[in-house]
Design a binder for this molecule. Structure first.
Ligand code: GLN
Length: 202
């Protein structure tokens, strides 16, 4: 068998441990990323869920913003869940004016888009490219994708309820993002999908 893909997790804030468990079970060699030099050692990176404005501040303080932007621009495969999707986006609505982002995915996201009543909810949804039936999607003060650029493939939408049809999973080249948190469900299929993306990009 070929060597497992080395996948970093941006470990400044958020649900790092859950992604660590899921990626390890999905067969990746997982490393935590807190310094610019650590970016050279990985085949792909996960930006976890958490709080995008806090992550933004920490990226600046730790001098990681520019190196990470450059690594992504050079083609480092990436997966962002929830706040991670916000960080990867090219445009963010309803954020702080000084919030920084990584500009690796040609989408406009709206932060905390589901509003107060449905701020956190769960549903089952089909994801393009993921076999075996719907995945359980856990949304926690999640963003949705307001619009997508030309090269962006929509992988999943909310099936029903007040937000029916909203785009919540996308891929553009080697960059994957979901509004929801597959890392908290024990279903490894999204992490396996990303690990396979990283393998084939390597
Ligand atoms: N609302 C958070 C933000 O704006 C995202 C929430 C999450 O990652 N669960 O960053």
């Amino acid at each position: 068998m070929s060597k497992p893909p080395r996948i970093g997790i941006l470990a400044l804030q958020g649900d790092v441990r859950e992604h660590h468990d899921a990626l390890t079970k999905a067969g990746a060699d997982v490393v935590l990323i807190r310094r610019p030099s650590e970016l050279d050692q990985i085949d792909g990176i996960v930006i976890p869920g958490g709080e995008s404005t806090t992550m933004s501040k920490l990226l600046v303080i730790l001098d990681l913003l520019d190196p990470l932007r450059k690594a992504l621009a050079a083609g480092l495969p990436a997966y962002g869940s929830c706040a991670g999707m916000i960080m990867l986006a090219s445009d963010i609505l309803d954020t702080r004016p000084d919030a920084q982002h990584l500009d690796a995915l040609d989408i406009t996201v709206r932060r905390n888009a589901f509003g107060r009543q449905v701020a956190s909810f769960e549903t089952d949804l089909e994801l393009e490219g993921i076999a075996g039936g719907p995945v359980r999607a856990v949304f926690i003060r999640a963003p949705w994708v307001e619009s997508t650029g030309e090269g962006v493939q929509v992988l999943g939408t909310v099936p029903d309820g007040p937000a029916a049809g909203r785009v919540v999973a996308v891929r553009e080249g080697n960059v994957l993002a979901t509004s929801f948190h597959p890392e908290v469900t024990g279903d490894l299929r999204v992490h396996e999908y990303f690990a396979a993306m990283v393998r084939s990009a390597r």
